[in-house]
Write a protein that binds this ligand. Sequence first.
Ligand code: ADP
Ligand code: MG
Length: 249
Amino acid sequence: MRIDLNSVEYSIGNFRLGPVTYSIQDGEILGIGGPNGSGKSTLLRIMLRLLRPTGGSISIDGVDIADMMPRDLSRKLAYLPQNLFSPLNLSVQDVLLASEYSMDRRSSKLDELIDRYDLGNLRHRDFNTLSGGEKRLVMLIGAINQGSGAILMDEPDTFLDVDKEMQVMHEITALRDSGRIVVIILHDLNKLASLCDNVLMLKSGKVMAFGSTKSVLVPDVLEKMYSASFKVEQIAGMSRIEAFPRIKD
Ligand code: ADP
Ligand code: MG
């Protein structure tokens, strides 16, 4: 599978996003970073057709998403949103079964995923009574189970305990290795560095840098984005990023 964004633009109020152009292919993790309010969630929602771009287009395997049937789109893209709630009083089990609506028959993976994340005891709980971290794990399992070619995640590390977070990061790497596309918004620069193949950095709706993780997460780029100084070290082939207060000259 391949996703192409061609000069995508979006305007709401005083906020202008874009133009954004990039391509993502099978087996790739694309990280989206940048300060609060830079347009990360908006960009993801445009890719999911939840918002209509005011300019440019998005295609999946050469087909404009504007021309796709909703069910076909949900076979291609799964979404893990930043804010999780269930409008109905659905049980965890029902929320997870809803992730299968675009499939022709029930997946056999769901029970295995529930076991792997040790969520069996939550199966019959009302989804809305779960903790933030539990909700996120349930939605992640649903997104993985949906079997789509790409999974788009908005800060999936929010509210997770450190052990569950490691499990989620491991799961994301496994998704990539099984040939799926992962697009992930992450606040934390070190998480972007350790997880992503490519990184897109946004500031005030503008693309400040896009390319391989090592080429984007460098002091020059980061110092244009944040009012801090940065040191980037390579440790065991991975970038380790440290921020310092910027000394005024
Ligand atoms: P991020 O996810 O990077 O924190 P968002 O994509 O959520 O940023 O928001 C980008 C910008 O769009 C913000 O400045 C926000 O205030 C603005 N914005 C989002 N929705 C609306 C809206 N409905 N009306 C006006 N401005 C909006
Ligand atoms: Mg956001």
